[in-house]
Design a protein around this ligand. Structure first.
Ligand code: FES
Length: 308
């Protein structure tokens, strides 16, 4: 085991553990935008920077391995100032439309700006004006809100194995797109929503939840999917007002398993007026609704259940 000190507290971790993971073990919260424990870490956003004695600069804790005797400060004055500057730089090219943004209340950039007291940016400059990708029935892609953390790119290749999304262009013009900058509808995207689930801002939004309320007006209810025998677990997103099912919120369907499109979007049956609610018994060529007790008491069903 390796022993290091974080904010004056000693912690022991396995070799290969990052400083971020060691801090998490101690319950110390370091802000992250591009890190996800299920994905590889590119150290892209730099928000997880920390101060380490004897080390130059402020290394990103998600890609810095813990070493024996390391002394780390996660919230020193220098670190806090640098994080504020990073947030300001992100805001410099981010639409400040939190009042109407669908992601408001569930946006990591918004949360961190609140936490670090960053209300506006002091950096002036050119802003992106990308076209909204609204060409498919499931996902809205707004590259103007993208912070280039690359989580969607990695989720697409590392969780789904599809590699539909990637970075294109360079420098200020960099953006995440399918190949040849086509809209999602013209790409090989199967709308699995793994990219949507990991997006920390409002760059990728599920269409089925648009306009249905703020996240704090919704509650999450755990369910087990019944569409197939895999029995994936996910959360039904329900309105706190009338308990109505609004959509599905799920980062995964279970350990190492992404939720499929059927589980994620197959909710129409819940409020289908033609939904059959009682067993139907065929009498003289016509289907008549009967009680379950009556239907289950019928000879052939009893025999079939007994032979299961
Ligand atoms: Fe570490 Fe983004 S979370 S660099």
């Amino acid at each position: 085991m390796i022993e290091l000190t974080i904010n004056g507290k000693v912690v022991q971790v396995e070799p290969g553990t990052t400083v971020l993971q060691a801090a998490q073990k101690l319950g110390v919260k370091i802000p992250t935008l591009c890190y996800d424990e299920r994905l590889s870490s590119p150290g892209a956003c730099r928000l997880c920077i920390v101060e380490i004695e004897g080390m130059r600069g402020l290394p990103a804790s998600c890609v810095t391995q813990a070493t024996q005797g390391m002394i780390v400060y996660t919230h020193s004055e220098k670190v806090m100032e640098a994080r504020k500057t990073i947030l300001e730089l992100l805001l410099a090219n981010h639409p400040l439309d939190c009042l109407t943004c669908e992601k408001s209340g569930d946006c990591k950039l918004q949360d961190y700006c609140y936490e670090y007291g960053v209300a506006q940016t002091s950096f002036e400059g050119e802003k992106h004006v990308f076209e909204l990708d609204d060409t498919n029935p499931y996902i809205i892609r707004d590259n103007n809100k993208c912070i280039l953390c690359g989580k969607c790119v990695r989720a697409c290749s590392e969780i789904k194995g599809a590699s539909v999304l990637d970075f294109s262009q360079r420098g200020f013009n960099t953006k995440v797109t399918p190949a040849f900058d086509t809209p999602l509808a013209d790409s090989d995207c199967v709308y699995c929503h793994n990219c949507v689930a990991v997006c920390p801002v409002g760059a990728l939004m599920p269409k089925e939840l648009l306009g249905k309320g703020r996240r704090w007006e919704m509650k999450k209810e755990p369910v087990t999917c019944t569409f197939c025998e895999a029995g994936c677990n996910f959360f039904l997103c329900k309105s706190k007002r009338d308990n109505r099912v609004l959509g599905v919120l799920a980062e995964s369907a279970g350990p190492g398993r992404p939720l499929c499109l059927k589980g994620r979007l197959g909710l129409n049956f819940a409020y289908n007026p033609d939904c059959v609610e009682k067993p139907l018994l065929k009498v003289d060529g016509e289907f008549i609704p009967v009680e379950w007790a009556e239907a289950l008491g019928l000879g052939p069903i009893v025999e079939k259940l007994k032979n299961l």
